[in-house]
Write a protein that binds this ligand. Structure first.
Ligand code: GDP
Length: 501
């Protein structure tokens, strides 16, 4: 490594994210490449999953290149970083099933990729299936404004089977080609920086995090600050589980010993001295504090739904927040008063109790016994879920419930006045015929003349065929109305109710 230290801006292997609709074969593709292209090194015997791996690929031209693939939690990091305007990957692979074609999440993935402004390649997958139809998929893609090479655009496309491996070397060739065009470089002499893919608290090892280095060199003995968490770099574990003395771009590595759980998608930097890392952490803490009372939705909404959110991992926390951010209500926003990883604790309940009508939501976590007792005692509502969309449904209905009620007039019935019988100062007896709906005693009415409201009143009595009744629905009737406005034959009366919606 010493010989390279002086070199700056040397080519850097690409970091690749695989995206697409569920069940279109992302995991199968990642597994296939892992199995066939990862150099089986000496394993450290520690099988902790690192959420990313490095593959090596030799192109048809004989060029060899290293490629880093982000695994499933890497997608969460990708989305979380997008939310902050940063990008975790250099290249994306959009997987589209040759059977199913373009689906909702295909479109979502394309949006995320294009907003990240990274190049991508389309992999039409499952071509081994008898009813696969690549040409149909290509047409579908262009209908969705994904303009493929050879179809009037410049997005490279290749057909693969993640199951049999057919076409995967071509896909890797394309990734190499795109990466070369992107001219990715890095500087070995800088301190390492990059982002967190995933972090875990382990009873034995403490807090460890998988990180991907995007620039510089990470060495043993330095200090890392990721989000507001810091860790001394005592051991660097590569994606094969091997302990290495240093690591550089674009390698994923595992670092243990963080003093807090750094969130998925958080940026990290390394420092020679501990104080450098501590300063960075303090700055980040301050920034995060400001962001903590995070508002989702219309920031100008007059009403907020306070929310405490607990999830099983940082990645899922970001994913839930991401989904919640799709809830739109003009009058109500969601204010996350507290969020974190782990079971719902008494402390979470206390925080929720501090905000009026707060809701506690847990995702794939359980509820502490004391937390449940405290929640019952203080009347704090607490729900746990195993499916993200159930959380969004729940919160959406809570948001709707919280919406300020509006008073609206609802017409219950209309009638035409045919004749007038008697009128005192404010009571009139008239006869009419029903036009629609119903009229009932005590209903408020509007009096309309040629379609224009001329006054209001209230129904005191109703009669049909000389018999007193409380309601009329059709036919002719007699009515006593309390109103200052003198009613004439030909007027329309409309009974209405004030309803809150
Ligand atoms: P993901 O949700 O996008 O990660 O999709 P998976 O990788 O879990 O794949 C969903 C299903 O499709 C699994 O049952 C896979 O075995 C299957 N599958 C994925 N790729 C292929 C393929 O190329 N050919 C066939 N026949 N099946 C595939």
């Amino acid at each position: 490594m010493n010989g390279h230290i002086a070199q700056s801006h040397i080519p850097r292997p690409p970091i690749v994210v695989v995206m697409g609709h569920i069940d279109h074969g992302k995991s199968t593709l990642l597994d296939y490449i892992r199995k066939t292209n990862v150099v089986a090194g000496e394993s450290g015997g520690i099988t902790q999953h690192i959420s990313a791996y490095e593959a090596s690929h030799k192109t048809k031209e004989g060029k060899e290149m290293r490629i880093t693939f982000l695994d499933t939690p890497g997608h969460a990091a990708f989305s979380a970083m997008r939310a902050h305007g940063a990008t975790a990957a250099d290249v994306a692979v959009l997987v589209v099933s040759a059977e199913d074609g373009v689906k909702a999440q295909t479109i979502e993935a394309v949006k995320a990729i294009t907003s990240a402004q990274i190049p991508y390649v389309v992999a039409i997958n499952k071509i081994d299936k008898p009813n696969a139809d690549s040409e149909k998929i290509k047409r579908e893609l262009s209908e969705h404004e994904i303009y493929l090479e050879g179809y009037g655009g410049d997005v490279p496309v290749t057909a693969i089977s993640a199951k049999t491996g057919e076409g995967i070397p071509d896909l890797l060739d394309l990734i190499v080609l795109i990466s070369e065009l992107a001219n990715l470089t890095g500087n070995l002499s800088l301190p390492a920086e990059g982002f967190v893919i995933e972090s875990h608290r382990d009873p034995k090892r403490g807090v460890s995090a998988s990180i991907v280095i995007t620039n510089g060199t990470l060495t043993k003995g330095s200090f890392v600050c990721a989000g507001d968490a810091i860790a001394p770099v005592r051991a660097i574990q590569d994606s094969l589980g091997k302990i290495v003395a240093s690591a550089t771009f674009s390698s994923p590595v595992l670092i243990a010993g963080f003093d807090a759980i750094p969130p998925s998608g958080a940026l990290f930097k390394s420092f020679k001295e501990k104080c450098g890392a501590e300063d960075a952490a303090a700055r980040e803490k301050e920034r995060a504090q400001k962001e903590r009372a995070r508002i989702i939705g219309n920031p100008n909404a007059k009403v907020s739904l306070p929310l405490v959110l607990k999830t099983d991992a940082q990645g899922t926390r970001e994913a839930v927040i991401q989904e919640l951010s799709k809830i739109e209500h003009p009058k109500v926003n969601i204010r996350i008063v507290h969020s974190g990883v782990g079971d719902i604790s008494e402390n979470d309940v206390k925080i929720a109790a501090g905000s009026e009508h707060a809701r506690i939501v847990g995702f794939r976590v359980s509820v502490d016994k004391r937390a449940r007792e405290t929640a019952e005692r203080s009347g704090v509502s607490l729900e746990t879920f195993a499916i993200i969309y159930n959380i969004t449904d729940y919160i959406e209905s809570e948001v709707a419930k919280r919406a300020p009620k509006e008073e609206m007039e609802e017409t219950r019935g209309e009638a035409r006045i045919l004749r007038t019988f008697s009128a005192s100062r404010d009571k009139q007896v008239v006869g009419g015929t029903m036009l629609s709906g119903a009229l009932a005693v005590r209903n408020k009415i509007k009096i309309l003349r040629r379609g224009v409201e001329i006054g209001q009143g209230e129904i005191l009595e109703l009669q049909q065929q000389k018999v007193k009744t409380s309601e009329v629905r059709d036919g002719e009737f007699g009515i006593m109305i309390e109103s200052r406005m003198e009613i004439a034959s030909g007027d329309t009366i409309a009974a209405f109710m004030i309803v809150t919606k």
